[in-house]
Design a protein around this ligand. Structure first.
Ligand code: PXL
Length: 283
């Protein structure tokens, strides 16, 4: 059985970060170890939240895992939240990187042209450094602009702009870059990627639902990591991740009692499992 480790926070209520990564990656039949970076009562989109930093536990946990000689088929990072954690995660990747494991970094820090609370340009610079260690990075358009210290454009761009961003992102040092939330028309949205090794672009577009729910980025990334572990190509993994995210949003909108802070991804796990066994790859 493949084993991955995901490094991100526990937002106790919020349907994001570890509370979605664990069930989704488990649904792929992949062992999901966790290295929690912080405990929050909720994610930071609530008016108030508690926050307990766990970075003091990071080095002892990693050292124990080294003594146990644990190996991970993928290292997947999401919301980190402090410079110290970025530094610790960089060291962790250096320690646990092998010839053939996958380093997947979702540089969670911003959306819709704005940083999330607590983040700013300096954090983006440190995150860009971490991204140099990745095989795959999956920023949204806002995060990409901030990583590259360029003006942020969330609409009114063309394909040449996206291709240029992707090449610049790979220039940070990651092997492949994927941009999420790319939109050239009213009704479609999707992902565009660039494989720096093969020097090839790829894309996947699907219908656009004009709503935004918190946590969908984490659902997307967790699904992509799970699919990659099940032998899907990067392109197919991203397409599955996009489709599942849309199903989750759709399902949520159809549910009269849905909560405001996240999507009903749980009810669509059967869809995901059907797709895992039906789609390409060595699933
Ligand atoms: O979904 C990303 C995320 C994860 N964890 C925390 C967050 C956010 C986004 O705001 O606040 C704590």
């Amino acid at each position: 059985m493949k084993r991955i480790v995901t490094i991100q926070d526990i937002s106790c209520v919020g349907k994001c970060s570890l509370t979605v990564a664990l069930p989704i990656i488990s649904a792929f039949g992949v062992e999901c170890a966790i290295l929690p970076t912080a405990v929050l009562s909720t994610h930071t989109m609530f008016k108030e939240f508690t926050f307990r930093d766990l970075s003091g536990e990071f080095a002892p946990i990693a050292a124990h895992w080294k003594r146990e000689k644990f190996r991970f088929d993928a290292i997947y990072t999401g919301y980190l939240g402090s410079f110290e954690l970025l530094r610790l995660v960089g060291g962790f990747i250096d320690e646990f990187r092998t010839a053939d494991n996958l380093v997947f970094i979702d540089p969670v820090m911003a959306d819709n042209g704005k940083f999330y609370p607590g983040f700013g340009p300096e954090y983006a610079r440190a995150m860009a450094e971490l991204c140099s260690k990745a095989d795959v990075i999956v920023p949204n358009l806002t995060e990409a602009a901030f990583l590259l210290d360029r003006p942020c454009r969330t609409d009114g761009y063309d394909e040449a702009y996206i291709r240029d961003l992707l090449k610049r992102l790979v220039g940070l040092g990651a092997k492949s870059a994927v941009l999420t939330g790319v939109r050239f028309s009213e009704n479609e949205i999707g992902v565009m990627g660039y494989d720096g090794g093969k020097e090839e672009f790829f894309h996947y577009f699907h219908r656009r639902i004009d709503v935004s729910f918190h946590g969908t980025g984490d659902i997307f990334s967790s699904t992509a990591v799970g699919a990659l572990m099940r032998g899907f190509s990067l392109e197919k993994a991203l397409a599955l991740a996009a489709d599942y995210t849309v199903e989750c949003i759709d399902r949520t909108l159809r549910s009269p009692d849905h909560v405001f802070y996240g999507v009903e991804f749980e009810k669509e796990l059967p869809y995901l499992i059907r797709r895992i066994s039906g789609d390409g790859g060595n699933a």
